[in-house]
Structures are given as structure tokens and as C-alpha cells.
Design a protein around this ligand. Sequence first.
Ligand SMILES: Cc1ncc(C[n+]2csc(CCOP(=O)(O)OP(=O)(O)O)c2C)c(N)n1
Length: 671
Amino acid sequence: MLLCAVYNAPMSLDVESLSRAANEARGLAMDAVQASKSGHLGLPLGCAEMGAVLYGNALKHNPDEPRWIGRDYFILSAGHGSMLPYAWLNLSGYDVPMEEIRRFRQLHSKTPGHPEYFETPGVECTTGPLGQGVGNAVGVAVAAKMAAARFNTPEHPIFDQHIICLAGDGCLQEGVSAEASAFAGHFGLDNLILIYDSNAVTLDAMAAATQSEDTGKRFQAYGFDVQNVDGNDMKAFLCALKKAKARDNGKPQMIIAYTVIGKGIPEVAGTAKAHGEAGAKFVDEARKNLGLPQEHYFVSQETRAYFAKHKKALLRQYKRWQKMYKDWRAKHPDQAQLLDDAIEKKVPDDLLAKVPNFPADAKIATRKAGSEVLQPLAREMPFLISGSADLHGSTLNYIEGGEDFTRENQKGRNIRFGIREHGMCAIMNGIGYHGVFRASGATFLVFADYCRGAIRLSALSKLPNIYIFTHDSIGVGEDGPTHEPIETVSGLRVIPQLDVIRPADPEETAGAFVAAAQRTDGPTLLALTRQAVPTLNDIDANLRREGVARGGYIAQRETAGLDLILLSCGSELQHAIAAAKELGAGTRVVSMPCFERFEREPESYRNEVLPDECRRRVAIEAGVTDLWFKYVGLDGKVIGLHRFGLSAPGDQVMKEFGIDAQHVIEAARSL
Ligand SMILES: Cc1ncc(C[n+]2csc(CCOP(=O)(O)OP(=O)(O)O)c2C)c(N)n1
């Protein structure tokens, strides 16, 4: 029996078998990268011993049930090293057969270039844009703490797991990981273990060419415990891992693991050349040196036998958990039902009916309407979490009575992310990947650019996040052009799978929040005004709130033969309605709060709203005009602006740029 020298705990580690497995995993990475003529060899080779310890010993998981809620999470933030998890998932017995390893990076394989959440069993997060995985791991750690606080009992530690993230120099150089790590330290996420693959190499050069900070000290300053270890020494690494797992001291854990990038290919090992696929030309010789046969994709009987045995042990561990879980379900059936509903992402069908109508004379900002809509939603959706990047006072998305998430109160539903927009969104993704909670988060819309890297990945991974982004146009006013979105809404509309909804008044805001809540196969961004908007009583209230779900709808129908269509959304819809009054009985007003939802409607509906035969069309929105031409066509006109805004009261800025009914009327008459 080995003893962990640091704290004398027994360790059983079959070094011989796992060393063999590590070399065979290296062989798989070499073969796959060589065959696809692309991909990264350095990390899977350099971290092979850590992969062996994790998958062959330390991780709590179940290859037959990859999404088991009691599992440890392994997140490869350095997603370019994707052959590391693919090889170990294959060896562990996940549904990642050798055929898929052979098809590394090929069309529709389960082994895409970088790990993708929906593509590969056992892959927890979509990673590759460096740093994101660290933010995701922090988010999973938040969700695991929240779930434990809500569901665990002293007898039933259902959620009792560690989130293990492997990150390289690149991940830790990126700002998003710094934001998320500072958050993790502050909120005491001691279920997080961040392994820093410190191999002194980045892509272009040695890491020393671009970094000289003391990373360990930096993370200590964030509030982490930091251990240093030789990452190619399996015993030392397992010992550090066990120590990190055992520490429930309110500190996230960092293990700085010194490794040799590209270990196994002497021609490139330890240098930046090991990083990509350059080492592939030396692999025939490398195979020999590693004791591997010339046969490609080779896995020995011994390794298969080791992992078959290990899987049996994992299944015993899983069964013990199942027994405890069943007992919990029997004793707490209401809680069990709640958990089932949360995992299934159940949202009441009649959610809209739970949101009271606004008074017809309400003249409030859509952000304020949003804050009122959020409260009944939060009551109906107990797993809805609402956070803000230090702007709850402006974004108005605080769940009343939901309490703050703190070290002491991990049941709290309001997360104070601090001024860390990118970190917030990467953490929201982690909460989404965890799968129990629905994450919503808020900031000013103009800062969506800070969040974009994470928002894009939420769309790619189909996470049902809700972004409550306020101050959505030049209507922001006095804060000036730095704070006035111009191109931002359009820039977000072009992200595939992201719904952007810009509601026009309080009732549309109700519809927008409910549409976002009921959409569970992708994220929704709500763009809300800072300034008060009139309630659009010319349109039936139910039509306004229900119309949003279709993305676009006929807000005001013509009363004579159709000869003009006015389109708009958000705070500018009022101008289209006012203009219509002057433009004659043949004018139709279309409210278009969400392009993406409208595009998902059947063609027949879209043609009904925007019939081909009427080509006289004018759109108005206080932002760049380009995307609107899809709906007004080359014969139509769009009122908007293609320059940055101004610092002055919002109504004056709107007027200065001609965002009003008069300009709609003039444009229509000129057609
Ligand atoms: C945000 C982002 N920027 C750049 C890249 C391209 N890239 C992939 S790996 C890498 C270098 C990473 O260095 P390190 O984390 O030390 O990885 P290692 O060299 O150890 O494999 C770069 C620049 C990326 N994937 N994501």
C-alpha cells in the first residue's frame, strides 16, 4: 500500500498498469493526430499520466451514465488537447468507440476538433476558446454548491462532488479565467480543483516570452490553496489530488502540475513545436520508444482488463450512491419531484397567465416592467437564478425574497457577479452545463461585447441562459456614446441559435420573459430600455404579450387595401404606430421583437405577416439598419443610424438622429 507522503493517507495506485495505459493513450493521440493531419499532440502527451490517474483512479464517474448527477466533473479548459479526454473516455468504457477515435476531427464524428458538449458522451463543456472552461468549471462548482444546499440532508449527500478543470498557460492568461477565479475564491468554492498544466510552452514560443508573473501567488491572492507537483509523477499527482479533494476549507484548490509538453516525442518535447501536429512526423520512432507496437490505435489486453476492472469498482461506487439516492427519494418525495422537474427543465405551460397585466396607463421602462415580470416567473420556476454584474440597481433583475448567494447561504438565488461580465457569462454557462438551475444574468447591453465569447458558446451548446441586458439604445442618453448600443443588437442577432428579443412595452416584456423561460433549447437575450416607454394601448394587450412568442406579428391591421407596411421593435414601435395614423387606412404595423423566432415560424405565417405583394415597407430602429433590409427589401427604407451616439438627454439624442414618427412618414411618402 502506497502512502501519500503529505498526509499519510493510504493510496492504491497501480503505477505499472497506468503507466502502460498512459503510453497507449499517447499512442492513440499520435495516431489520431497523424491520421487527421491536424490537432494538438502536446497536451495529450504531456498530461497522459494525469489522465491515467484521473480516469484510472481518482474520478468519481459512471461511463454507462455520463450525466449521473453525483459524478465528479472533468472539464478540459485547454480544449485544443481534445485527444486527451477522447482517449481516456474510450479506455474508460464510454460510448466513444475506437472507430470514433479513428475519425478524429472528421465529419459528424463523436471526436470533433475541440470538445463539444452535445457530441461526445463524457464531455462536460464545449471548450477551445481558451479560458472559457475555467469559467464553466466555476459555474458548475456554483451549481453543485447550490444543489447541495437545496437537496442534501446529513444522511443523503446527493450532491457531493468535485469539479476538476485542466487549464494551461493560455487559459490562465485569458482575462475570463481571472474574473471567474477571483469569483471562485471570493465565494469559497472548495469543490473546485484547478489543475494548471504548467509546461512552460504556449503556441508561438516558450511561455517565458509572454509571462513572468508568479501564477501560484496570483491564485493564492484570489483565495486558492496552491500545491506544486510533478505532473508526470503519478503518485505525486494523485497525492495532491486527494489532498485537494479532502480539503473542505472554503478555498478552491489549485494544483500546479509541471509537465513536459509532447512527452514521448523527443524531437519536439518541451518546446513550442510540440504544441500542434508538428510532432506527427516523428511518431513511428516515438511509438517504439514508448514500447508500443507498430500497430496503430493499439490498446493492450492488460489495459482493457485494467479499465474493465476499474469500471466494476466505479459501478459499485455508483450503486452505493443510488441506494442512498433512492432512500432520499422515498423520504423526500416532494424534493425528488422538484429535482426531476429541474433536470427536465420543466416550465409551466400557463406561465404567461401568472404574470399580471400592467395598468393601461403605465409609462415605465421595459427594464422596470422586466423586474415586475421576473417575480412571478421566479415563483413558478424555483430553479431560476438571477445575477448581475454589479448592476442589480439598474438592471432591476433581483429576485425579491430570493436572497443573495454567499459563502454562508448557498441557497441564495441572486448572484452578485461583481464587475466581471465575461466571467459572469462563462459562469452562467457552467450553471447551465450542470443542468439543474436556469441561469439568468444582467448587465448593460453595450457590454455584451465583453460577454460575447461566452454568449457564443452558450448558443453553440444550446444552453437555455437568459440574458437580461438593459439600456438598449441611444435612449440611454446622458451617459453618452460609450454606453449607447448602436451595432450591439444587430451584432447579437447574427449569432446562430441565440434569440434576441427587444420588446416594445410592458406587455411585450411579459411575453418576452415568458418566451425566454419556455425556450429550453438555447439562450435568449432580452434587450430592455433604460427609458420609460408608453404602453401601446392601440394594440390589444393579449396580442402584445402573445405576439412576442412568434417573433413578429401584425400589431395593427390595415382597414383598407394593404399598401404600406411599417416594421419596428423596442422603444421605436411607438413611432411606427404614430406614423401609421398619418399614413392612411392601407397601412399595416408589424411588431418584430425577435427576428430569430419569426424565422422559425412557418413560411405561411411569415407570408401572412409580410405578404410579398406589398413592397412599400419602412422599418425603424435606433441602431444600424442593415439587418432590416431582409424584411423591407431593396424597395424599402430603414430609419436608423450608422454613427455613435451623443451625450444628452435620451429624447434629445433620439430627436437629433431623426428617430421619430415624422421620419417614418417622410420615408413612407418617398416610396
Ligand atoms: C481565446 C483563444 N485564443 C487563441 C487560441 C489559439 N490557441 C490554441 S492553443 C494556444 C496556446 C495555448 O498555450 P497553452 O495553454 O500553454 O497550451 P499548451 O501549449 O500547453 O498546449 C493558442 C494561442 C484559442 N484556442 N483560444
